[in-house]
Each structure stands twice: as structure tokens, then as C-alpha cells.
Design a protein around this ligand. Structure first.
Ligand code: RIB
Length: 290
């Protein structure tokens, strides 16, 4: 099986800050690093490092060759990444010493993907493959509808969260992942609890408390605890968790097994500074001691 990821590709400019800047404050950074990022690219790299065959569907600008090359070097399928006239997306990320962040996102080429490009890419997918999207590209609802029609396992990582964007794909979903606050926001918007959304597998990430799986068919709820680590940078940890969960499902693990492995990957990721480039490999995840 394979994973098809309609996902963003960004240049991440990561500024190490003494604290997160307040409104109106001018604050000097302690250091600047540049990484490959974007929630989509991060998930593609994570799922590839976890052992899956991943095809990225995305768009960069004329300045984005480096990002495509890097995804290629990391083993991600790049055949369905197109070049647009709009500049490549980028993120300005401030990280404070305890690892919390603040992100300014410039969507750029990520929002220029059109229906034809998505249809062409997905024409190569087969029933049973996984299709994943996040909320940083255009064509989410169109891809979800097409994926459902083709018999793909349609997954949505609701980040950055927008209740309307989730509701636009909801009828097509087999798998939904978001955090506790977002789950409450969606409940307010739909009047439905996470287990009643009509989605087979719902995962709610609970920060320091770990993550919860709700089986939307049986109603069974199972929790995976968080692992004890001292974070230095939480950026991309959620994407790493999601990429590892999806890869686990793709490779035949149970949801519980996939979440346990993903939780180790996410824990390791918060001990590293950076995004796609520093996502741990499966060997590192298996060898880590917490
Ligand atoms: O989740 C982290 C990601 O969010 C960063 O890589 C950044 O590009 C933004 O998309």
C-alpha cells in the first residue's frame, strides 16, 4: 500500500528567542536556522522514515527546487509536486527556550494547486491506499471526495484548525486527528462529540497527557500516555506523530501499536531543534530509551 499526501511544503525560518515576542515588542533572536517544513512535508518525511511508500502531492514556486530535491533525497515520492509562479510557502517560527513556538505562515504556492493536478496524481492511487491532507493547501475537499470515491482511506490532520475546513471534508473521512481544544471547537460547530462525527478513527492529541483514540464505530476509547522528555522545540512534533501513525496503519499495525510507536517518535522529535530535516528514523525511534 502507499500513502498519498496532499500537503504543504515550506521553508521554515526558525528563530531561537529568549521568549515569544509580545504585541508591539521588538526582540533580537539568539539564532536563526533554516529547515524544510510545512505540515505536509513534515508528515511525508515522517511516514517515509517510518517505512512507508509516500507520494507527496504539492506545489512550490520557482524558488523551491531545493525543497523538492530534499524531499527526494529523503525518499519521498516527488513526481506529483508541481511548480507554480507563486513563491514557495514559508514559515517564520519563533521558539522559546522551553520549546513553545509561534508561527507566521505564508501559504504561497501551497494554495495554488488545482483540481486537475490533484486528479492526475490520484489517478495513480489504488483502493486501500491512504490519502492524507492538512489545512495548508488548496483542494482539500475535492481531494477528499475523489479519495472516497476511489476507495482510499481518507485521513485529515485538522491543522492549522479551521472548523469550516474540517466540516468540508468530514463526510469523506475515515480518520481524523486534532487536539483537545480543536475537538471542543468542532463539537461547538457541529453539535456532535468526536465519537459521533461518523468517522471510523478519531485521534485527539492531549499534549503532556498523551493521545486518545476513539473508535467511531464501537465507541471504544483508548489512551496512549505521553513519554517523559524535556522539550527544546515542539515544532513539527504533531506532524511527526501523525506521519508515524499513518505509516503504522499503512504497514498493518493496529491503531494502538501505531499510536505507541508514533508517541515515541513525537517524544524524540521535541528533543530536537528543527522540522522535517530532523524527524527521527524508525531505527532511532525503536532504539530510544525514555
Ligand atoms: O507543524 C509545524 C509546521 O507548521 C512547520 O514546519 C511550518 O512550516 C508550519 O507549516
Amino acid at each position: 500500500m502507499a500513502i498519498w499526501n496532499l500537503g504543504s511544503i515550506n521553508a521554515d525560518m526558525v528563530y531561537a528567542m529568549p521568549h515569544l515576542p509580545a504585541a508591539g515588542e521588538t526582540l533580537a533572536a539568539l539564532r536563526l536556522d533554516r529547515f524544510l517544513g510545512g505540515k505536509g512535508a513534515n508528515m511525508s518525511v515522517a511516514a517515509t522514515r517510518a517505512g512507508s511508500d509516500v507520494h507527496h502531492i504539492g506545489s512550490v514556486g520557482p524558488d523551491g527546487d531545493w525543497a523538492v530535491k530534499r524531499l527526494d533525497d529523503y525518499g519521498v515520492g516527488i513526481r506529483h509536486i508541481v511548480q507554480a509562479d507563486t513563491p514557495t510557502g514559508h514559515a517564520i517560527i519563533a521558539v522559546e527556550p522551553e520549546g513553545e513556538n509561534q508561527i507566521i505562515l505564508f501559504p504561497g504556492a501551497n494554495r495554488t494547486l488545482n483540481r486537475e493536478q490533484v486528479e492526475q496524481a490520484l489517478s495513480r492511487a489504488g483502493a486501500g491506499d491512504i490519502l492524507v491532507m492538512q489545512n495548508e493547501t488548496s483542494m482539500q475537499a475535492e481531494a477528499a471526495q475523489l479519495g472516497k470515491k476511489m476507495g482510499l482511506r481518507v485521513c485529515y490532520a485538522a491543522a492549522p484548525f479551521d472548523a469550516d475546513a474540517v466540516q468540508a471534508v468530514l463526510p469523506c473521512l475515515d480518520f481524523l486527528i486534532f487536539n483537545e481544544v480543536e475537538a471542543q471547537q468542532l463539537q461547538q460547530a457541529t453539535g456532535k462529540e468526536p465519537g459521533g462525527l461518523g468517522v471510523k478513527d478519531v485521534i485527539i492529541t492531549l499534549g503532556a497527557k498523551g493521545a486518545r483514540h476513539i473508535d467511531g464505530e464501537t465507541g471504544v476509547v483508548s489512551d496512549v500516555p505521553a513519554l517523559p522528555v524535556t522539550p527544546v522545540d515542539t515544532t513539527g512534533a504533531g506532524d511527526t506523530f501523525t506521519g508515524y501513525v499513518l505509516s503504522g496503519l499503512d504497514l498493518g499495525l493496529t491503531v494502538a501499536e501505531a499510536m505507541a510507536q508514533a508517541s515515541r517518535a513525537g517524544a524524540l522529535m521535541v528533543t530536537r531543534r528543527g522540522t522535517a530535516d530532523v524527524i527521527p528514523t524508525l531505527e532511532e525511534v525503536q532504539a530510544a530509551r525514555f
